[in-house]
Design a protein around this ligand. Structure first.
Ligand code: HEM
Length: 232
């Protein structure tokens, strides 16, 4: 019963919220004063941006942002390759997931801990930070730590052979909760918390993932100079 909810209902709820919530946020003006006026509200939704913190603590933003974003990108590719490989029993692809995922996971963890620490330790950053800024980082740190703990500390691997067919079943509308019910508790928690994270994502600043790289190509450059640069 619980497994059916977690591995059949919750995945569809999170897909619905991930795509439906983003659609709602984009077109309804849901987070602006234009709420309810259906339009392409993104440009008026100031919460859509990442609320850049580059003005403060410049020295620490590099490791935090670069490691976090490159790590997440690597993890995304690794998971996708792993799920396909797990579904078709392709050992090479599952191994690829294991090692590439490990590199991506360590980068994410390093970057996310930096990002969290700089928000707490730099007074200007602390004062402009919203609860949401901390919650998204805690989600990322928790999910990544569970994945890495499973593979690097417990040295357990192979859930991908269950997760791959499970994801395939969800996408072909033949979900099978039993595949994930057999997984270790650690991995079940990893997957469930990741799904909750995807439910929450459309209502946070992380929607900027849908803007990248379009606005970056079209908007004017933002110049950030060091103090030495300003004096020149
Ligand atoms: C619903 C979404 C997700 C599913 C179904 C999923 C599933 C998995 C599976 C099956 C593994 C490998 C376990 C094994 O084969 O024993 C894994 C590993 C991992 N996952 Fe996820 N995951 C999801 C989301 C995420 C997210 C959002 C992150 C990071 C923010 C993440 C980070 C990791 C890490 C770091 C590893 C360990 C990789 C390694 O050390 O090789 N996962 N995940």
């Amino acid at each position: 019963m619980v497994d059916n909810f977690l591995f059949v209902a919750l995945p569809y709820i999170s897909l619905l919220l991930f795509f439906g919530g983003t659609f709602y946020r984009t077109f309804s003006g849901g987070m602006t004063e234009f709420r309810g006026r259906w339009d392409w509200s993104v440009r008026g939704d100031f919460m859509w941006t990442t609320r850049s913190t580059g003005f403060f603590g410049r020295a620490s933003i590099g490791p935090a942002v670069l490691c976090l974003h490159w790590g997440l990108f690597i993890l995304l590719i690794a998971h996708l390759v792993g799920f396909v490989a797990g579904a078709v029993n392709w050992a090479w692809g599952v191994d690829y997931f294991r090692w590439t995922g490990m590199v991506g996971g360590m980068l994410v963890l390093y970057g996310a801990i930096w990002a969290f620490a700089r928000r707490l330790s730099i007074p200007q950053l602390r004062s402009i930070s919203m609860t949401e800024d901390y919650i998204v980082l805690l989600f990322i740190i928790f999910i990544t730590s569970l994945g890495l703990y499973h593979s690097m500390i417990k040295l357990a691997w192979g859930v991908t052979y269950n997760a791959g067919p499970w994801v395939g079943g969800l996408l072909t509308l033949r979900p099978d909760a039993a595949l994930m019910a057999a997984a270790p508790l650690l991995m079940k928690t990893h997957v469930v918390v990741a799904m909750l994270f995807f439910c929450y994502l459309p209502f946070t600043k992380l929607v900027h993932l849908f803007s990248y790289p379009f606005s970056f190509m079209l908007r004017p450059h933002i110049t950030m100079r060091s103090f030495a640069g300003l004096k020149r």
